[in-house]
Design a protein around this ligand. Structure first.
Ligand SMILES: C=C(O[C@@H]1C=C(C(=O)O)C=C[C@H]1O)C(=O)O
Length: 357
């Protein structure tokens, strides 16, 4: 390889980097001005609908050779840094650091945020309700194991709204101090992770005891302190706790994903590509659910999710968690929801937010 050929190319890259740097700082200055206008009007700093539009636009305009999703990752961080000049938002999540929830925080807000690790999903809601955090990020559903019941129950009671959703691939790895299973007597993980790796564990380590612990990051922490413990967690946790990977990608479903909801006191404006979440209930009568949902079809609003959950102690049998396409302020959605509300024994609008892409 000839260094003579590399030198002029590297000089070009240096010159381009200088231009990018100048442009980034020009962008940041404008964002600061936006921040002043918002401060004068007491308006919210984080505007998810605007950020979704910016990301959408860069992917559409991207001429390549960079991939659209990579360009979005770069711009998410650019916006995060610009936003932090207005205000660094605090986001509560199910900790400790190193969990998939923390990853979901960065996917939504970029890295220029203040993460607040909480010990439970309840605590995440409380922090956002009390204003200790601006937003909370909570797991809502896993593609292998189904809904996270505690989150659904808390969404029913909370005064917060959903202002975003994040879906991330969840890949589990088996890890230990030595990078082998020699001398390991126990495999620890969150019960969800143990369930998501059940078949793999039965096949490879049927005789090693499994123990459910508070989180995968806690399992990694335990493994870092005890050579007889192996943990199941994401690869980030291995780095964080100085562990070696014994086997990577051990989840039974290679497409395993978890969907998270971003909750906060903010009520989003429309981004143009939104989704609206509701909780509904009807009296237990023949045809009631069919009748309840009829206004959606009538006004041409698509339903993208329908989940039922026993009401427990309530006067009704089930709560239905329903997602529809569009923003609650869109004309046809507003009409459909107004009619739907009339048919419902219980109706709660959880929020409208940009659809994740
Ligand atoms: C600059 C703004 O504030 C924040 C930062 C954004 C950005 O850097 O593009 C976009 C939306 C807001 O979350 C804005 O509202 O336009």
């Amino acid at each position: 390889m000839s260094e003579d050929k590399l030198l002029p190319l590297r000089q070009q890259i240096d010159a381009i980097d200088a231009e990018i740097l100048a442009l980034l700082n020009r962008r940041a200055q404008i964002a600061q001005e936006v921040g002043h206008v918002k401060a004068e009007n007491n308006a919210p700093v984080f505007r998810p609908e605007r950020e979704a539009q910016v990301l959408q636009k860069v992917a559409e305009r991207n001429p390549g050779p960079l991939q659209g999703s990579d360009v979005q990752t770069i711009f998410r961080e650019v916006m995060s840094a610009c936003r932090a000049l207005e205000k660094r938002v605090t986001v509560a999540y199910l900790g400790p650091a190193g969990t998939f929830s923390e990853q979901a925080v960065y996917q939504q807000f970029g890295h220029a945020v203040e993460g607040l690790a909480c010990v439970s999903i309840d605590e995440v809601f409380r922090a956002a309700e009390a204003g200790t955090a601006d937003f909370g990020v909570v797991p809502i559903e896993n593609s292998s194991e189904g809904v996270i019941n505690r989150t659904l129950d808390l969404l029913l009671q909370t005064t917060l709204s959903i202002s975003g959703e994040v879906s991330i691939p969840v890949h589990h790895s088996l890890m230990s101090k030595a990078g082998t299973m020699d001398g390991v007597a126990r495999i620890c993980a969150h019960s969800q992770a143990l369930a998501q790796c059940n078949a793999w564990l039965n096949q490879h380590y049927p005789n090693i005891e499994r123990q459910a612990v508070a989180s995968n990051a806690e399992a990694a922490r335990m493994a870092s302190e005890n050579a007889t413990v192996a943990g199941i967690a994401g690869e980030i946790a291995a780095q964080k706790y100085d562990l070696q990977i014994v086997s990577a990608h051990i989840q039974d479903d290679p497409h395993n994903r978890t969907r998270f909801a971003v909750v906060g006191r903010l009520k989003n404006g429309a981004s143009g590509k939104d989704q609206t979440s509701l909780v509904l209930s009807v009296a237990n009568k023949a045809g009631a659910v069919y009748k309840l949902l009829a206004p959606l079809a009538k006004h041409g609003v698509s339903m993208t999710r329908f989940e039922s959950r026993p009401a427990r102690m309530g006067a009704w049998e089930y709560y239905f968690y329903v997602d529809v396409e569009g923003h609650a302020g869109d004309d046809k959605v507003a009409k459909a929801l107004a009619e739907l509300q009339q048919n419902a024994a219980f109706y709660k609008l959880l929020g409208s937010y940009p659809r994740s892409f």
